[in-house]
Design a protein around this ligand. Sequence first.
Ligand code: HEC
Length: 207
Amino acid sequence: MKTMKMIAIPAAVLALAGCATTPGPDELRTNAIAMMKASFKERGQAKLDRIDQDDMQRLCSEYVGEKVMPKEIAQSLEKAQQALIKYPADGKLLGDWKLGERIAQSGVGKQYSDDPKKPAGGNCYACHQLTKEEVSYGTIGPSLYNFAKVRGYGEQIQRYAYGKVYNSQAFSACSSMPRFGHAGILTEEQLRHVVALLMSPDSPVNK
Ligand code: HEC
């Protein structure tokens, strides 16, 4: 009896191990999305479609960890994202830097508990230093202090700044910076204010 049991245990373990085949990346992805959809609940303006990735996001998700995206793919993604930027029809790229500063400081908006009728903030300080005065800022993104002082105040840089904030992926594929214009987080008017914050010689960014 004793010997029988000793043989029976390893056999059961082997049988279990045989069943548990390792899921491939596609299966893991499907399982993860199903798990997220089952565990997140829609509330207010925070809907489950936020989990859905567009083609660019899907492709970016394939290159994580040590898997580096080939340059040609990154460049073609950026080109496709550049085509999605809508520059203001009247060509005016600069608003009021003081209003831009308020937008940069505000992290309000898009959460289920925020009023969807109120304009959203840009939360730029969560990732960037912008001014010398601000002591509390994140460092996920590079410091933008003296942005135009260093890059120049000309129209080409203004257009770059507008396009970058409108759609960060257009200049850096798979960037972790939100696509503020493309995703409808900031309006055209708000984007102009934020660009003025970066570009105006009077703005504390360039002091
Ligand atoms: C979640 C973090 C995050 C937030 C929020 C964020 N950014 Fe960024 N930003 C980044 C990262 C990371 C980079 C560097 C990679 C890249 O270029 O996309 C960057 C790059 C930039 C650049 C390009 C800098 C250069 O030297 O060319 C600009 C301009 C910029 N951000 C402006 C803004 C503004 C304005 C806001 C707010 C409306 C903002 N960012 C909000 C993460 C963020």
